[in-house]
Design a protein around this ligand. Structure first.
Ligand SMILES: *Cc1c(COP(=O)(O)O)cnc(C)c1O
Length: 369
């Protein structure tokens, strides 16, 4: 099967050069070669994170890094505003609550983004908060939040801003330093074009300051320990060495394309995909103003079995797409276009979708377009 036909929103296709890097012979994770590799990855990541802040590495999935952001900056009882627009936003808030933060949820309807005016009003009426949690790109609904607007509102209140950028970093513009974001969390398996397994987080000076008095329990995630090791070119615990080779290669690919060009490519992929889906007579799940450039959520049309559509796409056409999560299961499907993806890949996906809908006997309602 063509490896580029993995059209789920993570894990994403991995370029051949990155796959090849994974087969590098194993090295001593406490030796000079690893120290150089770690330094090289750090420099490349700072460019993609658009930051001068420290970057901490963990062998983990994205959710682990969300937990790291919480337990390193907060104490039980701290007031936290948890903005959510879908399942990943909910998860971020749940982690904080589980560790004893005093969480005020601010949930927006799935399929819309966090309305900045509502965030502002909530902060004014219910603040102050020690931290605000927000998802940059909500993968479950195909919606991208206006993090810049949220940051402009949050920063003057003095709260820490913790951002889940697992599905967006490297594909959607996120200016960590310019916008004043304290922690940006991401994972290797989405726009960074690597296999899963490496979690990454940026830590601002204000987040370090909060860390010094943060009393939530932590061992594996502890930044003080992690940074002490990283400062001498190591990780505290055995790192996934192969993934560092992969990451250094994918960061070179991003550098070669140019971050701005990669972001523009995703913007165009999003527009191309939405147009293609609508030309088939299908309806987008979210309002256009919130549409994500890395994942497109589409309503399963009337009379079509959503699970069967996803299954047929794979069985008949070799194109793997994602269904909906939670209450959206069977109601939407999602097309991923993050990372190592071209317009031709999306055209193949749209062609397969057209055939699949025909195989399912579905006809676009007449005179809609
Ligand atoms: C994929 C993803 C995560 C983390 O998922 P893991 O399976 O833990 O890697 C978190 N947030 C968002 C927005 C995601 O897309």
């Amino acid at each position: 099967m063509n490896p580029t036909d993995l059209r789920i929103p993570g894990p994403t296709p991995v370029p051949e050069e990155v796959m090849a890097a994974l087969s590098h012979p194993m090295i001593n994770h406490r030796g000079p070669e690893f120290a150089r590799l770690l330094a090289e990855c750090t420099v490349g990541l700072k460019r993609v994170f658009q930051t001068e802040n420290d970057i901490i590495f963990y062998p983990s999935s994205g959710s682990g890094v969300l937990e790291a952001a919480i337990v390193n900056t907060l104490s039980p009882g701290d007031r936290v505003l948890a903005i959510s627009i879908g399942s990943f936003g909910k998860r971020f808030g749940e982690i904080a609550a589980r560790y004893g933060a005093n969480v005020t949820p601010l949930a927006f309807e799935w399929g819309t983004g966090a309305e900045p005016a509502v965030v502002e009003e909530t902060l004014r009426q219910q603040g102050p908060f020690k931290a605000v949690l927000v998802t940059h790109n909500e993968t479950s609904t195909g919606v991208t939040n206006d993090v810049r607007a949220v940051a402009e509102i949050v920063k003057p209140t003095g709260a820490l801003l913790l951002v889940d950028a697992v599905s967006s970093l490297g594909a959607i513009d996120l200016r960590t330093d310019d916008w004043g974001i304290d922690c940006v969390s991401t994972g290797s398996q989405k726009a960074l074009m690597c296999p899963p397994g490496l979690g990454l987080i940026s830590v601002s000076p204000a987040a370090w300051e909060a860390h010094r008095s943060a009393a939530m329990p932590r061992f594996y995630w502890d930044w003080t320990n992690a940074m002490a090791f990283q400062n001498r070119g190591e990780n505290p615990y055995t790192p996934p060495v192969g993934l560092y080779f992969a990451l250094s290669t994918s960061l070179r690919l991003i550098e070669r394309e140019g971050l701005a060009n990669a972001i523009q490519r995703h913007t165009e992929l999003g527009e191309f995909t939405r147009r293609g889906v609508q030309e088939l007579g299908l309806e987008l799940f979210c309002e256009p103003r919130w549409a994500s450039s890395v994942v497109t959520a589409v309503k399963v049309p009337e009379g079509v079995d959503g699970k069967r559509l996803v299954a047929l796409m794979e069985e008949q056409h070799g194109v793997t797409i994602a269904g909906g999560q939670e209450h959206l299961a069977g109601k939407i499907f999602r097309l991923g276009h993050m990372g190592y993806v071209s317009r031709a890949d999306m055209q193949r996906c749209l062609d397969a979708l057209r055939s699949t809908l025909a195989e399912l006997g579905w006809k676009a309602p007449a005179a809609v377009h």
